[in-house]
Design a protein around this ligand. Structure first.
Ligand code: GLN
Length: 538
């Protein structure tokens, strides 16, 4: 059960998706935390997949992984990066998860004799999920609902929130609705009608928004505020403008605070207005907006480059490294397939090359080309998960005389499977939540770049993989320059490799991008950008 005094904030969206609801909710969380409140956050996703782990990054952006190994929606990355909180398995529920637990209970006879229905059984399960995030000592629990008001699949979620408003009492619940104010260039006008209609959809469901946040490219005029207040049925001071920020998404909380959104929220929830401390955040923002160093050019070689969200945490973590190194970054997404056949001109002029994680054969040959280029040209290289596996394949093929070397993921009958399926994965048949997931400890080698980077011997990082370094090749690849600078505590699993003959070539089996925040960049990203920066200086 949630703490007795815990207040709930529901964040819904209207008009269109991709409005930045996650960033807005996360910004609110940051402001409330910086006013001394204990905040927890959660995302409800109305799609039927049981978790986002089985969805292509093209569909829904990256799959974000929490400490406890839950595969989640990428918005949880914003929650952790902005608000500095740690999400867990209660932080993301999908309709698929809700329905499957109700159906499983029905099969076990849990509803014996009753007709199982969307209302009350599905809605009760949703309410349980919402309350579950606030277990423990929290003052404020924020629940963001995916999709837009009016989506058929989202209706049970909104109904559950409406009911929770009754269960918990209006003084304990606040509804924030985020909409788009489109600008019509033909008539040169900002239009409020879609937002009016969206608020009206919510009213039909029985939810009256307390606060309306308006995403817009241009500043609203007083007449827009008045119209929105009147027709969306919210007081004038509860109509908040959220204009596209100019330089950095980390400006959003500051912009919202300038409009006193956090004060309004606390006022409406009847909570004391403690002092807001944004000193550290503002200092970080100043460095982000006005870096003093020269531009560092980074290439990210992946296969889902068409959608920035596919590598969301990677791009953010790079940004964090840029901020802490006080340099502007020029990050280019490079389609791995375009590098195939030695077509490396796209890599010219880069100060650092990053090969991120991924699944499936497409793009692998190009990624291996990128590793070779970085290694041969002394370009700082960071390989992540699949990126580390590609680095191992590259050494095996190009230095250790095994041109056929591969991962058994791509070539199951390969004669030199330098990367192979983990033992524990051999019996796994189900998809979704079945990989090696979440935090695992790793011990770093004295004298290595890894230990120099982390400044400590023992670390823990988040994982998401099925394949691993094949230990049969350890010695042979060591003779060809690989250093195993991070291994599992029992020594059996290679977690970090680096090269002895290169200025900065580090690759890891885990995902350092998931734990990086603008205030505390992950050490590997920090060191990678620092190495790339040194390169531009020579
Ligand atoms: N496909 C690889 C594996 O499962 C790498 C996974 C990843 O990069 N996240 O081991």
């Amino acid at each position: 059960m949630p703490a007795k005094n815990c207040k709930f904030i529901f964040v819904t969206g209207g008009v269109v998706s991709s409005l930045g609801k996650g960033i807005t909710a996360a910004s609110i969380a940051l402001l409330l935390r910086q006013r001394g409140y204990r905040v927890t956050m959660q995302k409800l996703d109305p799609y039927l997949n049981v978790d986002p782990g089985t969805m292509s990054p093209f569909q829904h952006g990256e799959v974000y992984v929490t400490d406890d190994g839950t595969e989640t929606d990428l918005d949880l990355g914003h929650y952790e990066r902005f608000a500095g909180l740690k999400c867990n398995r209660n932080s993301n529920y999908t309709a698929g998860m809700i329905y499957s637990s109700v159906i499983a209970r029905e099969r076990e006879g849990g509803y014996l004799g009753k007709t199982v229905q969307v209302i009350p059984h599905i809605t009760d399960e949703i309410k349980k999920a919402v309350l579950s995030q606030a277990e423990g000592d929290y003052d404020i629990a924020i629940t963001e609902v995916g999709g837009t008001a009016g989506d058929i699949e989202g209706l049970p979620f909104l109904e559950a929130l409406r009911e929770l408003g009754q269960d918990l009492g209006p003084e304990n619940v606040l509804c924030i609705h985020l909409t788009l104010i489109p600008y019509l260039s033909a008539s040169g006008e900002l239009k409020t009608k879609p937002s009016q209609q969206s608020a009206s959809i919510l009213r039909n469901i029985g939810i009256i928004p307390d606060i309306l946040i308006c995403r817009t490219e241009r500043s609203l005029e007083e007449e827009h505020f008045r119209k929105l207040s009147m027709f969306c049925n919210v007081p004038r001071r509860a109509v908040i403008e959220e204009k596209d920020v100019e330089n950095s998404i980390y400006e959003v909380p500051v912009e919202l605070a300038a409009q006193k959104l956090d004060e309004l929220i606390l006022d409406k929830l009847g909570l004391p207005l403690n002092e807001l401390d944004l000193e550290q955040w503002n200092a970080m923002l100043q460095r982000a907006i006005h870096p003093s160093g020269e531009t560092v050019r980074i290439g990210v070689v992946g296969k889902y480059m068409g959608l920035q969200d596919s590598y969301k945490s990677i791009f953010e973590a790079l940004r964090h490294g840029g901020i802490s190194n006080d340099v502007p970054l020029d990050v280019t997404g490079i389609e791995a397939e375009e590098l195939e056949g030695g077509n490396t001109e796209l890599l010219q002029g880069l100060d650092g090359i990053l090969v991120p994680g991924g699944f499936g054969y497409r793009g692998i040959e190009g990624k291996v080309e990128a590793v070779e280029f970085a290694r041969e040209n002394d370009i700082p290289f960071l390989g992540i998960c699949l990126g580390m596996q590609c680095a191992v394949i590259e050494t095996a093929r190009n230095l250790a005389g095994m041109p056929e070397a591969n991962s058994s993921e791509f070539s199951p009958d390969c004669s030199n499977p330098v990367i192979h399926l983990m033992e524990e994965q051999k019996t796994v048949t189900q998809k979704g939540g079945t990989m090696r997931l979440g935090l695992y400890p790793c011990v770093l080698l004295d004298g290595s770049k890894a230990i120099e980077t982390y400044g400590q011997k023992n670390i823990s990082e988040r994982h998401r993989h099925r394949f691993e370094f094949n230990n049969e090749y350890r010695e042979m690849l060591e003779e060809n320059g690989l250093i195993y600078s991070g291994v599992s505590p029992d020594g059996t699993l290679v977690e970090i490799i680096e090269r002895s003959d290169h200025p900065w070539f580090v690759a890891c089996q885990f995902h350092p991008e998931f734990t990086s925040t603008p205030l505390e960049p992950n050490p590997l990203f920090n060191a990678f950008i620092s190495a790339a920066k040194r390169r531009t200086r020579v």
